[in-house]
Write a new protein. Sequence first.
Length: 493
Amino acid sequence: MSDRPLFRKVLIANRGEIALRVLRACRDLGLPAVVAYSEADRDSLAVRLADEAVCIGPAAVARSYNNAPAIISAALVTGCDALHPGYGFLAENAYLADICQQVGVAFIGPRPEVIERMGNKAEARKVMREAGVPLLPGTEGVVQTLGDARQAARRIGYPVIIKAVAGGGGRGMRVATNDAELTRLYPLAQAEAESAFGNGEVYLERYLDRPRHVEVQILADHHGHVLALGERDCSLQRRHQKLVEEAPAPNFPRKTRDALLRLAAKGAKAAHYTGAGTLEFLLDREGHFFFMEMNTRIQVEHPITEAVSGVDLVVWQIKVAAGHPLAIDGRATEPHGHAIECRITAEDAAQDFAPNVGVVETYVAPGGPGVRVDSHLYAGYAVPPHYDSLLGKVIVWGKDRPEAIARMERALAETVITGIAHTVPFHRGLIADPAFKRGDVHTGFVAEFQDRYHNHSLAERNGRERAEPVPDTVAAAAPGGGADGASAAEGSR
Ligand code: MV4
């Protein structure tokens, strides 16, 4: 490659730990970076460490991090010729990617048409079906009428799940176990989708009870090379917020994994994908996998894939956006060892994960062999109330899963954060759980863990064995099937 710099300057259009992560990649590449920040983030670590910083508006996200014109203006006035959107906010906004293209700023992500296509979950299903990627039985595209929905559900077989085409991440899903429920829930799902996404279109799929969530990291360049850089198990979630992720997926047969990675790469190729992206799959009890949706961004949990593949995903995102070919030998990225990530948030697990804000009094980050911390915390930092509650991520690597677990226990035990409630104690409980240690994970795991924990402490306090179970989201749904699933989904809002 020539010594010509990749870009003149990169605008980082995000905040928190990911702004810092992207800044570090820019530093590693010798690229100057500008951090775009809101008035609430003036004192953030990314702003302090950046070469340059530019205020894009007030604290409210609609007027700063979600304000495309403000972000584009910031890129232009600071002389940036590339923009990294991070995750969340406008990271999967085709309009921002399109405007970038029009004003000559490289959007570090896929083309706007690809973002748009994958953002429509029914369209994404069509692309994957044509590429031969396994899907759950479901509708070809959007369901237009209740009559069509009932007919489709009879063909698919109950239980079915109604999903918004503009949805994703679990919002606005409804589970129906029979025709009467479908009749009741179909208009509700439509109305919910309309109000949440401004698009009331929905589609149907066969509903799987407590599947595993396994996703595949894709990296693709503008020269037709597509790499599947391994899978992550992200089954440990609470209300669609991931708590723990690991790579490779535990108890996952070699043959299934090979097929998963091969088909995910095929799907990404069919989608004309470029940059870093993720295909999400559900895995059933028998080990069959089914495509669910594609995320067209770098994900929070990308470091575990970096840890086992040796590939710096953010560096490569920037390189492929500049037109560089993927000079990575697919065989060299076979997973080496095992990595686990805990997402530490400013939530109080003892108060049903109520978010809390305040000033970080003390912060002592863990370290030592095999430990990486991606966090924007520092002692004296005031966690602003306007944004999500992620404080940072503890990522560990070990030569095998038991070593990674032991190192996570060590790292979490070393972590000190005072001044605000956080989830480190909850994570320590999860990691120490015998079922987790067996790799016996699924999307109902956290709810079941909380039930065990909650019932146990209540039993202690009340001197009795069982307390009432706590209803949760679809994740908690359904020991015994869809009927509970439907009510749990309904109760989740
Ligand atoms: C499902 C499902 C069961 N069957 N689809 C949740 C997030 C969104 N991306 C899709 N989700 C689900 N889709 C069918 N056909 C169960 C979930 C689901 C879930 C998926 C992954 C991780 C955690 C989850 C928690 C609850 C429900």
